[in-house]
Unconditional design. Structure first.
Lengths: 111, 114
């Protein structure tokens, strides 16, 4: 079965600093990859997805992620953090009609 | 606007009672899903349905039941057999149950059982 690892359950950055949230997956076959964001007591909202087109994927709210097959990674980045980016972020992998979610990374933005 | 509706937002029940969580979608999606979310554990799949009148167990189906009588509705019943039912429950749907299609999520229902 697929597994998704998000390194760092909590990440803190200063407002205006680079955001880097890490995601690694276990599949030997390139899967389909997704990043979701969840604000407190809300559902998940899709940030971006990779479906074997360009390896650098741009999403909403200034986020982007790069698929690196050699590293089995799909890290999420944003050049400059905003206070409104404080939320929980989930990486997900889709393979064989199943979705596999990471355990999430809580992002805190320090003013 | 199309979307997924879950009601109620907050639900309180006494131990030993069954409770049904509502999930409705007007996206015309074929597949629907129920997840349970606990702090630090991510999302765990309870049940999913690819078509009306058919559904499959996910990773943690024990103590839960579902029905899919209509394409737009996928209610989840938390039975008294579920040992630790207090959690945040999320319903999702997708165009088809295939790898490339993202899942769309409802706002969730927070269930507290005392």
């Amino acid at each position: 079965a697929q597994s998704v690892t998000q390194l760092g359950s909590h990440v803190s950055v200063s407002e205006g600093a680079l955001v880097l949230l890490r995601c690694n997956y276990s599949s030997s076959v390139p899967p389909y990859l997704f990043w979701y964001v969840q604000y407190p007591n809300q559902g998940l909202q899709l940030l971006l997805k990779y479906t074997s087109a360009a390896t650098l994927v741009k999403g909403i709210n200034g986020f982007e992620a790069e698929f690196k097959k050699s590293e089995t990674s799909f890290h999420l980045t944003k050049p400059s953090a905003h206070m409104s980016d404080a939320a929980e972020y989930f990486c997900a992998v889709s393979e064989s009609n199943q979705f596999y979610f990471g355990t999430g990374t809580s992002l805190t933005v320090i003013p | 606007d199309g979307g997924i509706t879950q009601s109620p937002k907050y639900l309180f029940r006494k131990e030993g009672q069954n409770v049904t969580l509502s999930c409705e979608q007007n996206l015309n999606h074929d597949a629907m899903y129920w997840y349970r979310q606990d702090p630090g554990q991510g999302l765990r799949l309870i049940y999913y349905s690819q078509i009306v009148n058919d559904f499959q167990k996910g990773d943690i189906a024990e103590g839960y039941s579902v029905s899919r009588e209509k394409k737009e509705s996928f209610p989840l019943t938390v039975t008294s057999a579920q040992k630790n039912p207090t959690a945040f429950y999320l319903c999702a749907s997708s165009v088809q149950d295939t790898a490339t299609y993202e899942q769309y999520f409802g706002p969730g229902t927070r269930l507290t059982v005392t």
